[in-house]
Design a protein. Structure first.
Length: 253
């Protein structure tokens, strides 16, 4: 039986790590560190830096493994994602078996950006791993990018008495502003989908690499700051080789 801990680590700020997360790291026999290719090496370095600061158990092993790439074209989007998750589950299984043997009794952990419950696939991948070997998943919650964004801009997430819609750049691009929404939080947007909206009456609060030393923030009426966000994001990506960003939009009442 494998006790699989999915540890939320926030947006990369070492101060985001909770006492519960630190305890889970140090209780692990094995911590897996995914490698996403040369352009994402700094993400692995951030995980290593967090572990160097918080991991004190000399018996905990750190093992790096290559994360499979998702097919960019071909099958429908949902099928490509499902196939990718299957491939990642296989990669997890191979890394565990290589480090601990074919049928270990062990505590294994992965460090998950933000919180595992929010636009992250680790729980779905863990479900796939259950079909291959006996595991018990455990989630250690982390600070989400939504919390970090609102804190960075010092704004409330919701307007008074109104709901909040969480969505993706793909949904904004394909379907426009969500019907009936007042506040919209957009994640996983690599193409600045807000450019497809009529900007009239929309305020936007954008953040790239929030709560990290590289943090960049832009806020204002979408009509006035949209292109500034596009330029700032492109510059940040060019400087780092990657970028994690998120934004909140709100219609004027």
């Amino acid at each position: 039986m494998i006790d699989l801990s999915l540890i939320g680590i926030g947006t990369g700020n070492p101060d985001h790590i909770t006492h519960e997360a630190i305890a889970a790291m140090n209780a692990a026999d094995l911590i897996l560190i995914p490698l996403k290719g040369p352009e994402k090496t700094e993400l692995a370095e951030l995980r290593r830096a967090l572990l160097a600061q918080h991991l004190t158990n000399p018996a905990t092993r750190l093992v790096e493994f290559d994360l499979p790439h998702r097919d960019a074209e071909g099958a429908p989007y949902a099928r490509r994602v499902s196939d990718w998750h299957d491939a990642i589950a296989e990669a997890w299984e191979r890394a565990i078996a290589a480090a601990l043997g074919p049928d270990p009794e062990a505590k294994v952990a992965l460090l998950i950006w933000g919180d595992p419950m929010l636009y992250d696939s680790s729980l779905r991948i863990a479900d796939r791993l259950k079909t291959r070997r006996q595991i018990t998943p455990r989630v250690i919650p982390g600070i989400t990018a939504i919390q970090a964004l609102c804190a960075a801009h010092a704004i409330p997430l919701n307007s008074v008495g109104d709901p909040v819609t969480l969505t993706t750049g793909r949904q904004i691009r394909d379907h426009g502003w969500p019907e009936g929404a007042q506040t919209v939080v957009v994640m996983l947007d690599g193409d600045c989908a807000f450019r497809t909206l009529d900007p009239e009456g929309i305020e936007i609060w954008w953040g790239g690499c929030v709560a990290m030393p590289q943090e960049r923030l832009v806020a204002g009426p979408l009509r006035e700051v949209g292109e500034k966000i596009v330029t700032t994001r492109a510059t940040l990506r060019a400087d780092l080789g990657w970028v994690m960003d998120i934004y909140l939009m709100r219609r004027n009442a």
